[in-house]
Write a protein that binds this ligand. Structure first.
Ligand code: UD1
Ligand code: UDP
Length: 355
């Protein structure tokens, strides 16, 4: 039995790592890398740190418009799938590589599994929301991280082969936090002491591509004491194009994208996290760090309901106020179950060998 995983962007690699290792016990696996992310620190570093084998195919798609990226991924993944004829294709999360991979697979009639299915933020202006909806509706097996994700699918009429398995990123943290503590020296490198700084990431299109929103967020960043801003290449490019990068980097501590080990250590030791990332919101919760989300809506609704995440959008004053005084009021509930990779293995054994 052959399973092909289609990945291409940073969060895809982090979700692939624990599952690839687990599925190795029972299946022959292929990795198809679309090439959506390509800088060392957005791509290769995760293969090295998480010991993911080199991709079997690299499609070299790179950057471009949504139409270009999804189109090229669809076309080039199809060529590989026709040649390799896997029994199953797995896609992860909500990137253009996720959607392109799912479309290529389902159009060829190959069974398709979506890891992190059923998430919704109910804002179709976000490219990730479109990718989630279309990927879920193109998939045959849906691996949901939470109860709410299962419910979201039910409301859209998807009830067959829907499994609540927990979250593969819990497995990833479990496997890697101790290693990260041993290997990372990022706190020393940046001269930081635990719980004395606020960590920020920012890269979602709705924030970076609207200059008004971007400027409001950056004005808030500049006024937050002890802020560490880990800057995505998309954001850096837009800052540079608008002549904002040099001025900002004089005022706050900025770093290029970091590897997973350094990122986990920075997250765990932060007093608070400011982010528009999906994965970072979830990791903040798992690592017991209060999160201020620079969006109006989130697909990780449970973290907000639990009182550990607050949505502030791009409102400068709200960002400043929350960075200063947001505190979770309630005890953390267990939202994200561990052991997703093993559950997925068992389900796939049954599904692929018995149907
Ligand atoms: C993509 C995902 C987003 C995810 C993010 C994770 C889509 C629609 N968006 O956004 O959901 O949160 O990845 O990080 O799939 N760039 C580089 N080097 C790279 C990669 C990108 O410089 O290795 C720059 C290029 O200027 C590129 C821009 O970043 O145009 C955007 O890259 P792209 O892959 O289109 O989307 P992300 O913003 O990374
Ligand atoms: N991440 C990382 N280095 C960074 C920023 C993020 O390793 O500089 C990790 C982060 O710990 C999480 C994942 O990347 O596991 C989240 O990806 P990202 O924020 O790029 O995308 P999203 O989750 O928003 O799709």
């Amino acid at each position: 039995m052959k399973i092909a995983s289609v990945v291409g962007a940073r969060p895809n690699f982090i979700k692939l790592a624990p599952l690839f290792k687990t599925l190795k016990m029972r299946f022959t696996q292929l990795i198809i890398h679309t090439g959506q992310h390509y800088d060392y620190e957005m791509d290769r570093i995760f293969f090295d740190e998480l010991k993911i084998p080199d991709p079997d195919y690299h499609l070299g798609v790179g950057s471009g418009t949504h139409g270009y990226q999804v189109g090229e991924i669809l076309k080039k993944t199809e060529e590989v799938l026709i040649k390799e004829k896997p029994e199953l294709v797995i896609v992860y999360g909500d990137t253009n590589s996720t959607l392109g991979g799912a479309l290529a697979s389902c159009k060829l009639g190959i069974r398709t599994a979506h890891v992190e299915a059923g998430l919704r933020c109910f804002d179709r202006r976000m490219p990730e929301e479109i990718n989630r909806v279309l990927t879920d509706h193109s998939s045959d097996i849906l691996f949901c991280p939470t109860r709410l994700a299962v419910l979201n699918l039910k409301k859209e009429g998807i009830t067959r082969n829907v499994f609540r398995v927990g979250d593969v990123m819990v497995d990833s943290i479990k496997e890697n936090l101790k290693i990260a503590e041993r290997k990372s020296s990022i706190l020393d490198e940046l001269c930081l002491k635990p719980k004395t700084y606020i960590l920020a990431t920012l890269h979602r299109a709705e924030n970076t591509d609207t200059l008004e929103r971007l400027k409001a967020i950056l004005e808030a960043f500049e006024r937050i004491p002890n802020l560490v801003f880990v800057c995505h290449p998309r954001t850096r490019r837009i800052l540079e194009e608008n002549g904002l990068f040099a001025k900002l980097s004089e005022k706050i501590l900025m770093t290029p994208p970091l590897g997973y080990f350094d990122m986990l250590i920075l997250e765990k030791n932060a007093e608070k996290i400011l982010t528009d990332s999906g994965g970072v919101q979830k990791e903040a919760y798992l690592l017991n760090v209060p999160c201020v989300t620079l969006r109006e809506r989130t697909e990780w609704v449970e973290t907000v309901q639990a009182g550990w995440n607050i949505l502030v959008g791009a409102d400068k004053n709200l960002i400043l106020e929350s960075a200063r005084s947001f505190k979770p009021v309630s005890e953390k509930k267990k939202i994200f179950q561990a052991g997703a990779s093993k559950k997925i293995l068992r389900i796939l054994e049954n599904y692929l060998y018995n149907t």
